[in-house]
Write a protein that binds this ligand. Structure first.
Ligand SMILES: Nc1ncnc2c1ncn2[C@@H]1O[C@H](COP(=O)(O)OP(=O)(O)O)[C@@H](O)[C@H]1O
Ligand SMILES: [Mg+2]
Length: 215
């Protein structure tokens, strides 16, 4: 067994057993913050308005205190709802505290800036720039390569990901190339596609974010 520390989870990796446990990071400090946010909500009328803008107390707490638990819950929810093959499966979530995923043999790891650039360029073009809504989710360490050589997403708890994979998942599964073996012409085509989506993405951003909040 070995342990990896992600942005929001501590991941216990059990290759022999064939699964990993993704444990939400939750500290005593966060617990204290949670209690103080709930207390403020109960006694302060102004806070009720602020919380209302987030869509409710649960949504407010998920942003300000329980972030990692909600990452786990969303990961399970997105997988269960879509069963999209671009998602590496999330078998189970124990109330968002621990998630279980099958062990991935090959997590993507690019060393050079050029490799990282070609990877992200593909993500940009294949999501019509919407990967920028949660760009940390699209870094290579959040993906693995399966036995067919296809890239699959391991870390998909960010708000926007469920919708993006419903929309772009089929294309990503088919066209995203983790071997980065692209010709100059193909790279130019991706650059062109990204540039032509940029304006549309910027124009539609606010509506998209409102839509995501409402889902
Ligand atoms: N199913 C898995 N199989 C093997 N390694 C994994 C798996 N899930 C995560 N990891 C490893 O743990 C790291 C952190 O996991 P991740 O899901 O990205 O958590 P976080 O949301 O905290 O960043 C990943 O970068 C990867 O190296
Ligand atoms: Mg991660």
């Amino acid at each position: 067994m070995h342990i990896k520390s992600g942005n929001d989870r501590i991941v216990m990796i059990l290759p022999k057993q064939g699964f990993v446990l993704k444990i939400a990071r939750f500290s005593f400090k966060k617990f204290k913050k949670l209690l103080s946010l709930v207390w403020e909500y109960l006694i302060n009328e102004k806070m009720k308005k602020v919380v209302g803008e987030y869509g409710g107390l649960i949504e407010y707490l998920s942003v300000h205190s329980l972030h990692s638990i909600y990452e786990n819950l969303r990961e399970r929810r997105f997988y269960k709802k879509t069963k999209h093959p671009f998602f590496w499966p999330t078998w189970f979530s124990f109330c968002g505290i621990v998630n279980i995923q099958p062990y991935a043999h090959k997590v993507l790891e690019f060393k050079t800036e050029t490799e990282k650039g070609i990877w992200f360029l593909q993500c940009q073009a294949l999501t019509e720039m919407y990967c920028w809504e949660s760009n940390h989710s699209w870094s290579c360490g959040n993906f693995c390569v399966d036995e067919n050589g296809q890239a699959r997403m391991l870390d998909y708890g960010a708000w926007s990901i469920g919708f993006l994979i419903e929309k772009y998942g089929d294309r990503l599964l088919k066209e995203l190339r983790p071997d980065l073996n692209l010709s100059d012409n193909e790279i130019e085509k991706l650059q062109h596609e990204s540039a032509s989506s940029r304006e549309r993405w910027q124009e539609n951003r606010l509506d998209f974010l409102k839509f995501i909040r409402s889902t």
